[in-house]
Design a binder for this molecule. Structure first.
Ligand SMILES: *[C@@H]1O[C@H](CO)[C@@H](O)[C@H](O)[C@H]1NC(C)=O
Ligand SMILES: *[C@@H]1O[C@H](CO)[C@@H](O)[C@H](O)[C@H]1NC(C)=O
Ligand SMILES: *[C@@H]1O[C@H](CO)[C@@H](O)[C@H](O)[C@H]1NC(C)=O
Ligand SMILES: *[C@@H]1O[C@H](CO)[C@@H](O)[C@H](O)[C@H]1NC(C)=O
Ligand SMILES: *[C@@H]1O[C@H](CO)[C@@H](O)[C@H](O)[C@H]1NC(C)=O
Ligand SMILES: *[C@@H]1O[C@H](CO)[C@@H](O)[C@H](O)[C@H]1NC(C)=O
Ligand SMILES: *[C@@H]1O[C@H](CO)[C@@H](O)[C@H](O)[C@H]1NC(C)=O
Ligand SMILES: *[C@@H]1O[C@H](CO)[C@@H](O)[C@H](O)[C@H]1NC(C)=O
Ligand SMILES: *[C@@H]1O[C@H](CO)[C@@H](O)[C@H](O)[C@H]1NC(C)=O
Ligand SMILES: *[C@@H]1O[C@H](CO)[C@@H](O)[C@H](O)[C@H]1NC(C)=O
Length: 738
């Protein structure tokens, strides 16, 4: 009795597993069983809608875009024959550019993209909008919507990656919307005019011969689901047809479906011609598009002994497109232009019988396209994958849908990209500060190989700092301040910090252990580190204060006792308002490893060739500069004649980069590049205390003796935070007072 029971249990769990796996597959795969993607845009819920004509199943669009909202078209535009996918739309009132992302494609393969727009006064404004449509980052077409008609736009493109974006761009002429979106794979040998840098936009695809306007051929008669509309003019043209199959050769470049090829037209007037024309439609950015014409022929009648059907194909009366052409019997054949036709405003096509022909001319089908450039490449594929994963993890709802970089002014909010000619754009900077991020730091950040600057500050990130971030070759700045990160800084990152190739900021992460070797409960650790560093710092402080007591005043023009003096470049000392208790909770964030190592070249750039001198000391001159992120800095460049030794300089650099306090100037980094040595500090914009004391500060005011005394006392307090040895402190006070 137990055996069958267990077997039942096993098969049930297997079934559950299989069901779960199937659900995952279904959620991830976007292609249906025949490799199509069919989307009913604006369809709510999770159930697909099935098209009555093709029996193709159209998925709701929520899985393909995260912008916009659903709407129904107005009832007065609903007719009994209107396909279900046109009953609702998705509209995009927010954002300049809104996109669908179609995934699971084969990179390098050709695809037909088809977007459909049925306005149907869904917004009650009775004003069909005009907007632009993009295939990836390439302009595809302008959409001029109509209340009555369904506007259908089709393009054939090579998709370079395993995904493609279809984007709607607001041009200021109404809210973009879309009714349906379809993607169909094509064999690479089809449409040889299409390559990686050139796509085709469909102007017209006609099937000649049907006598009923509703007789549309598409899937399953055309396995590629091209839509062949009938061209009906029974007054001028006589239809001929066959029930025999019209074959395609294996290497056919267009694979016109038999159903289309089984009908043809011939002029009613035996001496007449077959004529058709189209007008050049100027496109935004291309006033004279280059047209490609593709004409399909097959002889459908078994001609008697000496009967001949031979025809000329003529463009605009005198250009012989093709001469003496005889269509093959029950075999699909195509005459087409490989390069765009010469540019005209009107294209008159005529097919007439040659002098030798005993039969009138025929034609079975025709397609007219214009070429468009697909030469713009999107963002680097791995960057897109990484940022897409990041976006999903943190449920980012900014304008983050479409290619991240596109053009300079349409990149995602908080992203900066590099644009190199013909190379994919790369993401170089991410600012996701103040974005309400929670959870751990996504491992996908480590896949952004070109990133230089990553700002995740002021979020609620938890967990530890991923080791993998140290593998980012170009990363210069990593800002993790004000989060809830825990654990210790991975050794690999510490190494990058120590060799000066990375500047990492991680203050205000209460649970973060900043010294892997001596990680202890947070508070004790910080104190220990401060005490160890203090004696050396103090020596530097005292010596500097003695020789170059440059101190800066923070608030310009303020004469009250509430003036805030900030530490100075040379002395590392400051005057803080007496109301702030020294040694308060700020010590919590006092440990910083900000020792970015600068090269001399970088300093040249930061200071714009050492243009502005802020001050001068025994150490050398102090220059004004700006970091890449705009931070104003003061750069103390050691002069050759400095009386500070190289060793002392390096010690100062190492200590100061590890100490951060409100009463000390933040050191950002240092430079030791050959003979050049420099320290880079946060810039104090209010001038030096010495200037204040001497009365030659930028505000030109002299400090009162009362203020001087307060400065002295508060400086001493600032020093006391670092050291409890009173005598030296008093010494400093004396120096300042004199
Ligand atoms: C659209 O119409 C369907 C039924 O026809 C209704 O269930 C749905 O709520 C409507 N949606 C909106 C956004 O009005
Ligand atoms: C859109 O189409 C309407 C009518 O078909 C036309 O009057 C209008 O000029 C078109 N607008 C644009 C921008 O092409
Ligand atoms: C694509 O075709 C166009 C026109 O024939 C040609 O100029 C271009 O070089 C081709 N591009 C590639 C990548 O082959
Ligand atoms: C038939 O063609 C001839 C010669 O081109 C022309 O004179 C005649 O009007 C045409 N008839 C019709 C019905 O088009
Ligand atoms: C095309 O045909 C029309 C009507 O027959 C004529 O008016 C026009 O001049 C022709 N255009 C060209 C470019 O041949
Ligand atoms: C067919 O058209 C071409 C170009 O207009 C002309 O040269 C030729 O004579 C025509 N052939 C016949 C049989 O009318
Ligand atoms: C047309 O017929 C003549 C006489 O039969 C023949 O010499 C000529 O080659 C034919 N032309 C074509 C293009 O078939
Ligand atoms: C974006 O830049 C392009 C070209 O640099 C310009 O034509 C376009 O108007 C700009 N768009 C916006 C929204 O600023
Ligand atoms: C980063 O983003 C925040 C919030 O949007 C903004 O306040 C800050 O200025 C940005 N930083 C830089 C360097 O652009
Ligand atoms: C972090 O989360 C807490 C509670 O979960 C919330 O109150 C706080 O606003 C969040 N902070 C940020 C910066 O998102």
């Amino acid at each position: 009795m137990t055996m069958p029971k267990r077997m039942v249990a096993v098969s049930w769990s297997m079934l559950l597993c299989l069901a779960a796996a199937a659900a995952v597959l279904k959620a991830r795969a976007q292609l249906d069983s025949i490799g199509f993607i069919s989307i009913d845009c604006g369809l709510p819920g999770t159930a697909n809608s099935v098209d009555d004509a093709t029996k193709l199943s159209y998925a709701p669009d929520a899985a393909f875009t995260d912008a916009g909202s659903n709407h129904n078209i107005s009832v007065e535009y609903i007719t009994p024959t209107l396909a279900k996918r046109y009953l609702n739309v998705r509209s995009f009132p927010d954002g300049a550019r809104s996109c669908y992302m179609l995934r699971s494609l084969v990179p390098g393969l050709k695809y037909t993209l088809r977007a459909e727009f049925k306005y149907g006064n869904y917004d009650g404004l009775n004003r069909p909008p005009v907007f632009d449509l993009y295939a990836g980052v390439n302009f595809w077409s302008r959409v001029n919507a109509s209340s009555q008609k369904v506007v259908v736009l089709e393009a054939i493109v090579v998709v370079p990656e395993d995904y493609v974006h279809v984007c709607l761009v607001n041009t200021g002429s109404g809210t973009p919307f879309i009714s349906a979106l379809e993607l169909r794979p094509l064999k690479s040998s089809l449409y040889p005019q299409v390559n990686a840098t050139q796509g085709l936009v469909l102007l017209s695809r006609r099937n000649f011969g049907p006598t009923d306007d509703a007789d549309i051929v598409r899937y399953p008669d055309d396995p590629h689901d091209r839509v062949w509309l009938p061209f009906v003019n029974t007054a001028r043209w006589e239809a001929i047809s066959t029930s025999n199959k019209v074959r395609n050769l294996d290497d056919s470049e267009f694979a016109a479906p038999s159903k289309v090829m089984q009908t043809a037209i011939t002029p009613r007037n035996a001496s007449g011609r077959i004529e058709f024309f189209w007008l050049s439609e100027p496109q935004p950015g291309d006033p004279t598009p280059g047209y490609i014409v593709i004409l399909h022929f097959s002889e459908l009648q078994l001609l008697a002994g000496n009967a001949v059907r031979q025809q000329h194909l003529v463009l605009n009366d005198d250009l012989r497109f093709w001469s003496d052409y005889t269509p093959p019997y029950l075999l699909s054949d195509t005459i087409y232009s490989m390069k765009p036709l010469p540019r005209f405003s009107r294209y008159n096509f005529s097919i007439n019988a040659t002098a030798n022909s005993t039969m009138p001319p025929i034609i079975n089908a025709g397609e007219i396209f214009f070429v468009f450039s697909t030469a713009n490449v999107g963002t680097d594929y791995s960057d897109v994958s990484a940022i897409t994963a990041i976006k999903a993890k943190y449920r980012v709802k900014k304008n983050w849908a479409r290619d991240p970089c596109v053009t300079n002014n349409l990149t995602w909010d908080g992203l900066t990209c590099s644009y190199a000619n013909s190379n994919p754009s790369r993401i170089t900077r991410i600012n996701m500060s103040f974005s309400g991020l929670d959870g751990d730091i996504s491992s996908s950040f480590a896949n952004l190989k070109a990133i230089q600057y990553l700002d995740l500050s002021y979020n609620n990130l938890t967990g530890s700092i991923p080791d993998a971030l140290s593998q980012l070759p170009s990363l210069l700045v990593l800002d993790l301040t004000n989060n809830q990160l825990s654990g210790s800084i991975p050794p690999s990152l510490l190494k990058r910090i120590q060799d000066g190739s990375l500047n990492i900021r991680y203050g205000n992460n209460p649970n973060l252990c900043t010294n892997a070797a001596s990680c202890k409960p947070a508070k004790g650790r910080n104190k220990l580190a401060v005490y160890v560093a203090v004696p050396v710092v103090l020596v530097v402080v005292i010596v500097s204060a003695l020789v170059f007591p440059f101190l800066r005043r923070k608030k310009q023009g303020s004469t009250s006792t509430n003036i805030t003096m900030r530490p100075q470049i040379e002395t590392m000392m400051s005057y803080a308002p007496a109301t702030l208790p020294p040694g308060d909770a700020h010590t919590q964030s006092s440990l910083h490893l900000e020792n970015r190592k600068f090269t001399y070249k970088e300093l040249e750039m930061i200071t714009n060739n050492f243009q502005r001198v802020l001050g001068r000391g025994g150490f050398g001159e102090v220059y004004n500069g700006f970091l890449e992120d705009g931070t104003q800095v003061a750069i103390k460049l050691r002069s050759q004649f400095s009386n500070q030794g190289v060793k002392e300089f390096l010690i100062e650099a190492q200590i100061l980069t590890r100490i951060h306090h409100k009463n000390l100037v933040s050191m950002i980094g240092y430079c030791k590049d050959g003979q050049y040595m420099a320290l880079v500090y946060e810039y104090m914009s209010e001038g030096t205390l010495q200037e204040q004391i001497a009365g030659n500060g930028r505000n030109g005011k002299l400090l009162t003796w009362k203020q001087r005394l307060r400065i002295a006392v508060d400086s001493a307090q600032g020093t006391r935070q670092l050291c409890s040895r009173q005598p030296r402190m008093m010494f400093t006070v004396l120096v300042l007072c004199c």
